[in-house]
Design a protein around this ligand. Sequence first.
Ligand code: ADP
Ligand code: ADP
Ligand code: ZN
Length: 214
Amino acid sequence: MKIIMLGAPGAGKGTQAKKIAAKYEIPHISTGDIFRANIKNGTELGKKAKTYMDQGLLVPDELVVDLVVDRLNQDDCKKGFVLDGFPRTIPQAEALTEALQSLGQSMDFAIDVNVPDQNIINRMSGRRACVGCGATYHIVYAPTKTEGICDHCGGELILRDDDKPETVENRLKVYHEQTQPLIDYYTKAGILHTVDGTVDIEDVFKAVTDILGA
Ligand code: ADP
Ligand code: ADP
Ligand code: ZN
């Protein structure tokens, strides 16, 4: 099963992608997580990506596409995968289609998690990320058992730099200009499904599994 998660920043793509990965036993591939790991490890890629991420801009396509294609060629992706945060531009989507085509494959599902802009700022200002393992929480909607401490690894929780309201506004603008056209792209490909992302996490997941099948 090969799945793409679409949606605005903060729509809940990562939250749902993790649940899909666990239920269907396929890898969760988040380009945002890959970039943040590179930043943490001080790699060249991390240094380059950070300058864009800090401004709420997309990292250039040429820094993203090869990275994802290499990842998809690893053995654990043979039975499928869930992509979270990629593709984010039409050229990225075209590169993905071509890379799969050369292997005689294609994507099965593109799931758009639909959340209006007015809900997004709220979502992002309450999002907390673990510095240790990258787990994601929300101070109101997905709280940890102990405030400020990761349930999984005991790590410290932080507000991501790019989740501050002034950067979120930029990211939303970039989303509408560069990523939203993918909805049309995957509608034409015949694989787009939309779920209401404003309901509870478990209810969104129910809608997702109805689409994917048991
Ligand atoms: P969110 O969870 O809010 O959707 P991500 O963690 O997916 O954000 O991405 C954080 C940042 O990493 C983006 O704002 C962008 O700068 C960069 N990024 C992640 N994925 C991509 C991609 N496919 N193309 C370009 N930039 C990306
Ligand atoms: P994305 O990967 O699309 O940027 P996340 O999965 O990180 O989004 O979710 C953004 C924030 O909203 C997180 O703090 C998360 O815990 C919270 N969240 C996710 N889904 C829901 C939901 N259905 N209702 C309320 N809050 C949610
Ligand atoms: Zn953790």
